[in-house]
Design a binder for this molecule. Structure first.
Ligand code: FAD
Ligand code: EPU
Length: 338
């Protein structure tokens, strides 16, 4: 029998370390336990929030519903060919541990995504990405429980409608599913992507050998230099997405701001580094009372101690307003705000 707790603090369940409470709270270890909880009388009218490691979420108030912590474990090779392995991963597995497991098996592909906090179950939600690689390149299927029908469902890669920091789970299926398992297709031969210039430079400077392990180590080095470890400095990673603008708008901006950083995203659009926009607007290293902007990465907002979710949200809104005024660009939040 699963125990449902009342009035549980969520402070240790979000990487911003914001201290809010939830009305109800439970942990599930498998699909049967999840269904048991969903059938429990006391939660029938309650809002449901599925939480992984809380590394992409900002709580601004008491959660008036039930928070369910996904603890479904297990990594299994379902099928192997000469070239590839199809690996089924429980949604409650830690993402970085899965990356390390994959490298230990001699598989390649997801090494660029090392050290991203969170659980495997969240990896399809915003199609996690870093250093030139996105999860969508390796996901073949996502298994989930439909919260209303309480039935098992499967989506293929195409049906997930993946895009930059986006998928069907942030749109049509938002708050309607519990992802229970993700199937990854990994390469048994080296499948390296060193197109991201910072990664390429790091590899050139540290080792001449391009291997899955050297890419892993380089990614870890870069991330440790740039991004604050949430265990030491509470944060939620990039607070905003990198905005897309038309080529014409980018040209106009570049005339005004010659150092602006942008990358080709499609034939029509450029992706602008939001960190540069915020940095160039003077926010990097800003600190007010208990929250601020990281000194090495202007896209990362930080809780220096006892900031509330509201304090962090207020700072984010100030930044958003200043970016709007300076560049006429509306930043979109990457972090889920509740
Ligand atoms: P949570 O924060 O717990 O949840 C995020 C959202 O997904 C919530 O809306 C939640 O309800 C929903 N959700 C979670 N699990 C499930 C499930 N099983 N079923 C249904 N819904 C679910 N992201 C990147 O893409 N690239 C990066 O390089 C990156 N770097 C980061 C660095 C730092 C220091 C931090 C703090 C974050 C970073 N992130 C990055 C963001 C974050 O790590 C990812 O979004 C990660 O996938 C979130 O996982 P989580 O388990 O913590 O999800
Ligand atoms: N830059 C600045 N000022 C800063 C920080 C960066 O001008 O304060 C410049 C850098 O010099 C660089 C550019 O901005 O030219 C981009 O910086 P970086 O390589 O650090 O990447 P990013 O665009 O800021 C994105 C992701 C990260 C991911 C990295 C690496 C988004 C919103 N963020 O950051 O993901 O780790 O690329 O691929 O796409 C996350 O999603 O939480 C996250 C951390």
């Amino acid at each position: 029998m699963i125990s449902i707790q009342h009035n549980q603090s969520l402070k240790s369940y979000n990487t911003f370390k914001v201290d809010v409470c939830t009305k109800y709270f439970a942990v599930f270890n498998n699909v049967n336990e999840l269904i048991d909880i969903l059938n429990n009388e006391i939660i029938q009218e309650e809002k449901i929030l599925i939480l992984g490691e809380g590394s992409n979420i900002l709580f601004t108030k008491y959660f008036n519903g039930i928070v369910l912590i996904n603890n479904i474990k297990g990594i299994k090779i379902n099928k192997e060919t000469k070239q590839e392995a199809f690996v089924s991963v429980g949604a409650g597995e830690n993402w970085h541990a899965f990356v390390l497991w994959s490298i230990k098996q001699g598989f390649s592909g997801i090494e660029n995504l090392a050290l991203i906090p969170g659980l495997v179950g969240a990896s399809p939600i915003q199609n996690i990405g870093a250093y030139g690689v996105e999860a969508q390149e390796f996901i073949t299927e996502v298994k989930y429980i439909d919260l209303k029908a309480k039935e098992k469902k499967i989506l293929t890669n195409e049906e997930c409608k993946f895009d930059y920091r986006d998928s069907i789970f942030k749109n049509k299926l938002k708050n309607k599913v519990v992802i229970t398992e993700v199937i990854y297709r990994l390469s048994k031969k080296p499948k390296h992507n060193i197109s991201y210039s910072v990664l390429k430079k790091e590899l050139e400077e540290t080792t001449q050998i391009i291997s899955t392990e050297s890419i892993l180590n380089s990614v870890i080095n870069i991330r440790n230099r740039k991004l604050p470890n949430p265990k030491e400095i509470p944060n939620g990673g990039s607070f905003f997405k990198n905005p897309l603008v038309s080529n014409t708008k980018f040209k106009t901006l570049r005339n005004k701001f010659p150092n602006i950083i942008g990358y080709k995203s499609s034939e029509k659009n450029m992706k602008i580094a939001a960190a540069w926009l915020i940095d160039n607007a003077g926010w990097k290293g800003y600190k007010k009372e208990n929250c601020g902007v990281h000194k090495n990465q202007a896209l990362v907002l930080i809780n220096y101690g006892t900031a509330t979710g509201r304090d962090i949200l207020n700072l984010a809104m100030q930044i958003k307003k200043s970016v709007q005024q300076k560049y006429n660009i509306t930043l979109e939040e990457e972090v889920t705000i509740l």
